[in-house]
Design a protein around this ligand. Structure first.
Ligand code: MGD
Ligand code: MGD
Ligand code: MO
Length: 712
């Protein structure tokens, strides 16, 4: 490290979390310690506010249970018994064990597992990819989040950032579709609020009653996973009622005639039967959405979490073009502005270092991969986890626990805390928090780059992920200087600074200001597709998708850089309703073993499973809850605050019942993130979640899950 750290200062930082808001954070340092953090008031998206998760980030840094030293397991796997060792010993052990495994079974017997504990360009999603590609390890396919929606979106409109989130302030009609903005994207709210003050109407489409739905002019509650029926019925009405912007459609879309014929059977009555939403309301929703221009749709990541989640996004992505919403600022579709950042993904992944044909394992299959379910040859003999807590976030928890407990498996976990997953490690490696490292953040929720400068020296012997992989490369004898690049070099080399969107942005400016808006027009005039120009193969909105002809695939961004397409399963050329696998209409089936649909959306106070070990964040909802509708509760003799067992053939967990209209009839809701360690029956909702993937991009199916509930 070349920079000296000030003893007393306010340092420009950035929130590290996997969240669309990527806040610019002012870190106050006194006598070498962080005394507090604050949202940067100058940042146009952060607007001086942090959220319930990060507003006391220093409590995470100085948490008494932080992992501060390398540790070796000193009791049975999962017992949580560890003893301190030195970094030298830890690294030497890893080198020895891995070399022996490679010699016996080849490098694919090693499986890396990571996601977005931090999402910085330096220490985030791709930090270990070059190392593991060079090592020849099995490729981890990371389709945790938005891979399904992104594949569908790219198929239809291409990798476009879409509308500027800030331009929502100019919308006349806003649909939040499977997005709990007030909890998961809170800094978007002021722009929606501004639009409402200007008279815009807000519609929220969510099976669950949330803080966000409470703010809506209209809250529509489809059964989970039936949204494509609703979107296709909206298209049906828009075409039938002559509300199509013919000029825009003629000039900037392909497949309109086929789509028109295709949606004929998707009547509002059909959608009503699938979703449970009144057909008349679907008619008026479609009319209002089409007539109030500019109209905007914000889709949440949750939209993808069912068997047909990809088709939902394809259908929704046709809507703004049909009604000409893209013509004006404040109109269009908001999915993942990440596409605006000129990130050099190839350089970050270094897919060129991987041997072509290296086997790929999707991360949802970890339980099966570790327990023989995938019939792997060679079997997985070493697991390396960083930036992730699979025991809580991945499905099939019981099998995963069994796999992690396997005596022959050599597991290393790099962490800030001894999480449920870390308890099963043979070796623990301590990781820094954001105030102890440098990074540069892109965003998947706005158009600013944000720099994070280290504020204090790391606690204990914690090191950054980037440093971890420098050390591992040295241990494994990788002598290419690429593996010893400094953080600042990684940071500089990871973006295309010559891209038009980077004009006027320099490191000097970022150092001074902490953030910079990409070089794009201001939100009140920015309408990126007013004149079409979609980055699809045809340059048009592909209502009939040419990319569908290639079959199902995962975008390279989500798979350790491998460019092989996962072809095979055919994809319909036009968006088509695929009903949920498990959570369809069930009330009518007497005696069904698992008659309820379970959803496990995000918790307000946690960031996935991060912060679920913090007293402050647990104060709001101390333990796992299960929201149930009174009809379902009564039928089972359950009252609020009763302990209930939620079960299906995959597993069971215990929760405190909350009876009310948060949940709709036939659907129960178990917010995710609680740790197994604090649970009543050594399990969380992940024990019930299916490993079945959605129709596109390897998306998870957490909203497509059939369960039964009984008093515990
Ligand atoms: N507080 C908090 N904020 C977070 C996170 C967190 O854990 N906690 N996680 C971050 C991450 S990684 C992500 S990906 C984003 C996710 O952001 P969101 O997608 O907004 O998160 P969710 O809460 O999972 O889902 C949003 C809403 O979609 C609804 N929903 C679920 N399935 C369906 C469906 O099939 N149809 C419809 N119409 N609605 C459905 C849920 O009831 C929920 O209220 O949030 C980020 N921000
Ligand atoms: N039931 C259910 N399951 C879900 C979802 C859901 O909605 N419902 N959502 C899915 C989605 S959208 C996502 S994105 C995934 C999230 O899955 P993960 O990214 O695995 O999320 P976290 O649980 O936050 O785990 C991240 C871990 O990384 C650690 N960490 C933080 N910073 C660092 C660092 O710098 N270095 C190292 N080595 N470790 C660090 C944290 O302490 C934490 O334990 O979960 C998925 N799982
Ligand atoms: Mo996510």
């Amino acid at each position: 490290m070349t920079r000296t750290l000030a003893h007393d200062a306010t340092v420009l930082g950035a929130c590290p979390h996997d969240c669309p808001d990527t806040c610019s954070m002012l870190v106050k340092v006194a006598q070498g310690k962080v005394t507090g953090v604050q949202g940067n008031p100058a940042h146009p998206f952060t607007k001086g506010r942090l959220c319930a998760k990060t507003s006391h980030y220093q409590e995470r840094v100085y948490h008494p249970e932080r992992l501060l030293y390398p540790m070796r397991r000193s009791g049975p796997k999962g017992s949580g018994a560890f003893e301190r060792i030195s970094w030298d010993e830890a690294l030497a052990t890893i080198g020895e064990r891995w070399r022996a495994i490679i010699e016996a079974d080849g490098p694919t017997a090693i499986l890396p597992y990571s996601y977005l504990g931090t999402q910085g360009i330096v220490n985030g999603l791709t930090v270990g990819d070059p190392f593991f590609n060079k090592l020849g390890a099995t490729i981890s396919e990371r389709t945790f989040c938005d891979s399904g929606a992104s594949t569908a979106y790219v198929m239809t409109v291409g990798p476009t950032p879409g509308m500027d989130p800030e331009s929502l302030a100019h919308s006349r009609f806003i649909i939040l579709w499977a997005c709990n903005v007030l909890s998961t994207n809170a800094h978007l709210w002021p722009f929606i609020d501004q639009a409402r003050k200007n008279g815009a109407k807000l519609v929220v489409i969510d099976p669950v009653r949330t803080g966000t739905t409470a703010m809506a002019d209209l809250h529509l509650r489809p059964r989970p996973g039936t949204d494509a029926a609703l979107a296709l019925a909206m298209i049906h009405v828009i075409i039938r009622e002559g509300l199509v912007d013919r000029d825009y459609v003629d000039r900037h879309t392909i497949g309109f005639d086929e789509l028109s014929a295709h949606v004929a059977p998707y009547t509002p009555e059909f959608a009503a039967a699938e979703t449970g939403i009144d057909a008349g309301i679907i008619w008026s929703l479609a009319r209002d959405y089409a007539s109030a221009q500019p109209s905007a749709i914000r889709i949440g990541v949750a939209i993808e979490r069912s068997a047909g989640g990809g088709q939902v996004v394809r259908a929704i992505a046709c809507l703004p073009a049909l009604v000409g919403a893209w013509r004006r600022p404040g109109g269009g579709l908001l999915q993942l502005p990440l596409w605006a950042f000129p990130v050099r993904w190839d350089h970050l992944h270094r897919a060129d270092l991987a041997t072509p044909g290296t086997r790929v394992i999707n991360q949802w299959k970890l339980g099966a991969a570790l327990t023989g379910g995938l019939k792997l040859d060679p079997p997985i003999r070493a697991l390396f986890v960083y930036n992730s807590n699979p025991l809580v976030v991945a499905p099939d928890q019981l099998r995963l626990k069994e796999g992690l407990a396997r005596e022959g498996l050599f597991t290393v976990v790099s962490e800030q805390f001894i999480t449920d997953t870390a308890r099963y490690a043979d070796l623990l490696l301590p990781a820094t928090t954001q105030v102890e490292q440098d990074d540069l953040m892109f965003s998947w929720g706005h158009l600013y780059l944000t720099l994070n400068r280290q504020a204090v020296v790391p606690q204990g012997e914690a090191i950054s992920n980037a440093e971890l992989f420098r050390r591992l490369a040295a241990v494994m004898g990788f002598d290419d200087p690429f593996f010893q690049r400094s953080d600042d070099t990684i940071l500089r080399e990871s973006l295309d600074w010559d891209a038009p969107t980077m004009q006027g942005i320099s490191m000097e400016r970022l150092e001074k200001q902490g953030y910079a808006r990409l070089n794009l027009p201001a939100a009140d005039v920015y309408a990126p597709h007013a004149e079409g120009g979609f980055p699809t193969p045809s340059g048009m909105v592909e209502m009939k998708a040419s990319m569908a002809a290639g079959g199902n695939f995962v975008l390279p961004t989500f798979r350790q850089g491998s460019h092989e397409h996962q072809s095979g399963t055919p994809v319909p050329a036009l968006p088509t309703y695929t009903p949920p696998r498990e959570s369809g209409i069930r009330e009518a089936v007497p005696g069904a073993r698992h008659p309820l649909a379970m959803m496990s959306p995000k918790s307000h106070s946690f960031l996935n499973s991060t912060y679920a070990n913090h007293r402050r964040q647990l104060a709001r909802d101390r333990e796992q809850r299960l929201y149930m509708h009174p009809l379902d509760a009564e039928a089972r003799g359950i009252r609020s605050d009763d302990l209930v067992r939620v079960k299906n053939d995959r597993g069971a967990f215990v929760a405190v019942a909350k009876v009310g209209d948060e949940a709709m009839p036939g659907v129960v809701v178990a917010p995710m993130g609680y740790w197994i360690a604090g649970s009543r029956a050594q399990a969380t909702p992940a024990a019930l979640n299916p490993t079945a993937l959605g129709d596109l991009g390897g998306a998870p199916t957490f909203s497509d899950n059939a369960v039964e509930v009984e008093r515990a």
